[in-house]
Design a protein around this ligand. Structure first.
Ligand SMILES: [Zn+2]
Length: 100
Protein backbone atom coordinates (compact mmCIF):
# COMPACT_ATOMS: atom_id res chain seq x y z
CA UNK A 1 0.00 0.00 0.00
CA UNK A 2 1.27 3.46 -0.88
CA UNK A 3 1.10 6.21 1.71
CA UNK A 4 -0.73 9.47 1.18
CA UNK A 5 1.39 12.45 0.20
CA UNK A 6 0.60 16.04 1.21
CA UNK A 7 -1.02 16.44 -2.22
CA UNK A 8 -3.38 13.52 -1.49
CA UNK A 9 -4.16 14.80 2.01
CA UNK A 10 -4.93 18.28 0.66
CA UNK A 11 -7.22 16.72 -1.96
CA UNK A 12 -9.14 14.77 0.71
CA UNK A 13 -9.41 17.82 2.98
CA UNK A 14 -10.86 19.83 0.08
CA UNK A 15 -13.37 17.01 -0.56
CA UNK A 16 -14.42 17.09 3.09
CA UNK A 17 -14.92 20.86 2.83
CA UNK A 18 -17.17 20.31 -0.21
CA UNK A 19 -19.11 17.64 1.72
CA UNK A 20 -19.64 20.03 4.62
CA UNK A 21 -20.63 22.90 2.31
CA UNK A 22 -23.39 20.80 0.69
CA UNK A 23 -24.21 18.73 3.77
CA UNK A 24 -23.59 15.61 1.66
CA UNK A 25 -20.96 12.91 1.66
CA UNK A 26 -19.67 10.09 -0.50
CA UNK A 27 -20.29 6.48 0.40
CA UNK A 28 -19.88 3.18 -1.39
CA UNK A 29 -22.32 0.49 -2.43
CA UNK A 30 -19.80 -2.34 -2.54
CA UNK A 31 -16.43 -3.09 -4.07
CA UNK A 32 -17.87 -3.29 -7.59
CA UNK A 33 -20.25 -0.33 -7.50
CA UNK A 34 -19.69 3.35 -7.97
CA UNK A 35 -19.69 5.65 -4.96
CA UNK A 36 -22.97 6.91 -3.56
CA UNK A 37 -23.93 10.48 -2.73
CA UNK A 38 -25.37 10.33 0.79
CA UNK A 39 -26.45 12.79 3.45
CA UNK A 40 -23.53 14.09 5.49
CA UNK A 41 -22.37 11.32 7.82
CA UNK A 42 -19.17 11.26 9.85
CA UNK A 43 -18.79 7.55 9.05
CA UNK A 44 -18.63 8.39 5.35
CA UNK A 45 -16.04 11.09 6.03
CA UNK A 46 -13.99 8.55 8.01
CA UNK A 47 -14.27 6.15 5.04
CA UNK A 48 -13.20 8.91 2.63
CA UNK A 49 -10.22 9.84 4.80
CA UNK A 50 -9.11 6.19 4.90
CA UNK A 51 -8.51 6.40 1.14
CA UNK A 52 -5.58 4.49 -0.27
CA UNK A 53 -3.44 5.64 -3.15
CA UNK A 54 -4.03 3.66 -6.33
CA UNK A 55 -1.14 1.66 -7.70
CA UNK A 56 0.16 2.41 -11.17
CA UNK A 57 -0.49 -0.25 -13.82
CA UNK A 58 3.14 -1.36 -13.49
CA UNK A 59 2.81 -1.65 -9.70
CA UNK A 60 -0.46 -3.61 -10.09
CA UNK A 61 1.25 -6.01 -12.50
CA UNK A 62 4.22 -6.43 -10.14
CA UNK A 63 1.86 -7.17 -7.24
CA UNK A 64 -0.22 -9.62 -9.35
CA UNK A 65 2.88 -11.54 -10.42
CA UNK A 66 4.25 -11.58 -6.85
CA UNK A 67 1.20 -13.51 -5.55
CA UNK A 68 0.98 -16.01 -8.44
CA UNK A 69 2.07 -19.58 -7.72
CA UNK A 70 5.27 -20.34 -9.63
CA UNK A 71 5.77 -21.57 -12.27
CA UNK A 72 3.05 -19.41 -13.81
CA UNK A 73 0.58 -21.89 -15.29
CA UNK A 74 -2.54 -21.51 -17.45
CA UNK A 75 -5.72 -23.15 -16.10
CA UNK A 76 -5.29 -25.77 -18.89
CA UNK A 77 -1.93 -26.77 -17.39
CA UNK A 78 0.36 -25.25 -20.03
CA UNK A 79 2.95 -22.63 -19.09
CA UNK A 80 1.10 -19.34 -18.85
CA UNK A 81 1.82 -15.71 -19.47
CA UNK A 82 0.29 -12.77 -17.66
CA UNK A 83 -2.07 -10.92 -20.01
CA UNK A 84 -4.01 -7.75 -19.53
CA UNK A 85 -7.70 -8.47 -20.05
CA UNK A 86 -9.69 -5.26 -19.74
CA UNK A 87 -8.79 -3.83 -16.36
CA UNK A 88 -7.67 -7.21 -14.94
CA UNK A 89 -4.56 -9.31 -15.28
CA UNK A 90 -5.08 -12.98 -16.10
CA UNK A 91 -2.88 -15.93 -16.90
CA UNK A 92 -3.29 -17.70 -20.24
CA UNK A 93 -1.11 -19.85 -22.47
CA UNK A 94 -0.90 -18.76 -26.11
CA UNK A 95 -3.60 -21.27 -27.23
CA UNK A 96 -6.15 -20.30 -24.58
CA UNK A 97 -5.44 -16.59 -25.15
CA UNK A 98 -6.19 -16.97 -28.87
CA UNK A 99 -9.41 -18.86 -28.12
CA UNK A 100 -10.57 -16.39 -25.44
ZN1 LIG B 1 -4.12 -22.64 -21.62
Amino acid sequence: MKTLTEKHKNFLNDLVAVCKKHNLSLSHEDNQGAFLIDEYKQGNIDWLMAAMVALTKEEELEEFISILPKPITCSCGNPGKVREDGCWFRVYCDDCWENE
